[in-house]
Design a protein around this ligand. Structure first.
Ligand SMILES: Cc1cc2nc3c(=O)[nH]c(=O)nc-3n(C[C@H](O)[C@H](O)[C@H](O)COP(=O)(O)OP(=O)(O)OC[C@H]3O[C@@H](n4cnc5c(N)ncnc54)[C@H](O)[C@@H]3O)c2cc1C
Length: 329
């Protein structure tokens, strides 16, 4: 074990963990961020770097990649340890310190911020005959690079926010975008559903993909069944399929950390300052659960200063927390 004792250990280097690192730096805290993937940026970087985000305050539009780049610029100004490719597998309290065990090392810390999102995530797969043959090339679960879709006929499958966003994102680059969903209604933000209806995206509803096979000109034939019918099918030949059926997440490691998790054992219950049931262990971002919680980036950003200042007040009560002009009157 190294002699380095951190003030704050941030578990998870998604957008909220990155911002937490930056804010810890502003308070001169000695901090580390531990991230299991090879890059920071969490879901934004891994799942939707090309998507345009419309709900980041003060940025009318920016892509996921730009958001992560901006967070990097802020974080890189600070003097913390960023540990990639390390997964935290255990957390134990020993006297007044916490022992953090990863797959590579053990470190000690005075406080912890859990910013693990929903844990490790993998896309929910398409369950249709022939899927294996096309996966990875013509059938993908994330749009990593818009150029891959340029001038192509693309079928987006799914009916949630993310499927709508991806269909609209591809509209500008693809030759034709189809959006296939098993219901006639879409579960997106009203504004985005309105944009979809006005767009050139062709809606294919209510259909479910049953089979994929090889078509002419190196295309994929999508064989889809109309819902609530026995024998009504359509065939659609496309160049690419982007499936958006959501993600399966896994935070099984956390279940041994003595945290009070919600009924699904998915997110961590927190109090008004986002402290968990353990003193000096906090949760932020998608991992923090309280009444009315919205799991979006803006909410997580807002949680960060509350947590960092609560920790620093506890660790260093003689240091003055930052006072802003609004608090002076
Ligand atoms: C397709 C899609 C579109 C979205 N669109 C929007 C949008 O338009 N606007 C918006 O505000 N939000 C959007 N969201 C939600 C947004 O991405 C999340 O709210 C945000 O990513 C939460 O950030 P986070 O840092 O809490 O968690 P995450 O982004 O999930 O990051 C958590 C990180 O922790 C790491 N980790 C997990 N377990 C461990 C461990 N044991 N040890 C070390 N590291 C670990 C993970 O590898 C991951 O990198 C979207 C989500 C998806 C899936």
């Amino acid at each position: 074990m190294s002699n380095n004792i951190y003030d704050i250990t941030i578990i998870g280097g998604g957008p909220i963990g990155m911002f937490a690192g930056m804010y810890a730096g502003l308070r001169n805290a000695k901090f580390q961020i531990i991230e299991s993937l090879s890059e920071l940026g969490g879901q934004v970087n891994a799942l939707y770097p090309e998507k345009t985000l419309l709900d980041i305050p003060a940025y009318p539009r920016l892509t996921g990649r730009q958001l992560v780049d901006n967070l990097h610029q802020q974080l890189d100004n600070m003097d913390g340890d960023i540990k990639l490719n390390q997964t935290v597998i255990n957390v134990e309290k020993e006297n007044h310190l916490f022992k953090i065990t990863t797959n590579q090392e053990i470190t000690e810390t005075k406080s912890i911020i859990i910013a693990v999102g929903n844990g490790a995530f993998t896309p929910r797969k398409l369950n249709a005959d022939g899927t294996d043959e096309f996966e990875g090339d013509q059938l993908v679960y994330t749009a990593k690079n818009l150029d891959d879709f340029k001038d192509k006929n693309v079928l987006v499958a799914g009916g949630g926010d993310s499927a709508i966003d991806q269909a609209l994102m591809l509209e500008d680059v693809a030759k034709q975008v189809y959006l296939l969903h098993r219901r006639n209604e879409f579960r997106g933000l009203e504004h985005m559903v309105d944009l979809l209806k006005k767009s050139s995206v062709k809606l294919v509803t209510p259909y479910l993909i049953k089979k994929l096979s090889v078509a002419n000109d190196n295309q994929v034939r999508v064989h889809a069944k109309k819902m609530r019918t026995d024998d009504e099918f359509i065939d659609l030949d496309v160049d690419k399929i982007l499936v958006n059926y959501g993600f399966i997440s896994n935070n099984k490691d956390m279940q041994g950390w003595d945290l009070d998790l919600d009924e699904d054992h998915h997110a961590t219950k927190v109090g008004p300052t986002l402290e968990t049931n353990m003193h000096n262990v906090y949760a932020v971002g998608d991992q923090a659960k309280y009444d009315g919680k919205q799991t979006i980036i803006a909410t997580g950003f807002g949680e960060v200063p509350i947590v960092i200042n609560a920790i620093m007040n506890d660790l260093y009560p003689d240091n003055h927390a930052p006072i802003h002009s609004t608090q002076l009157s």
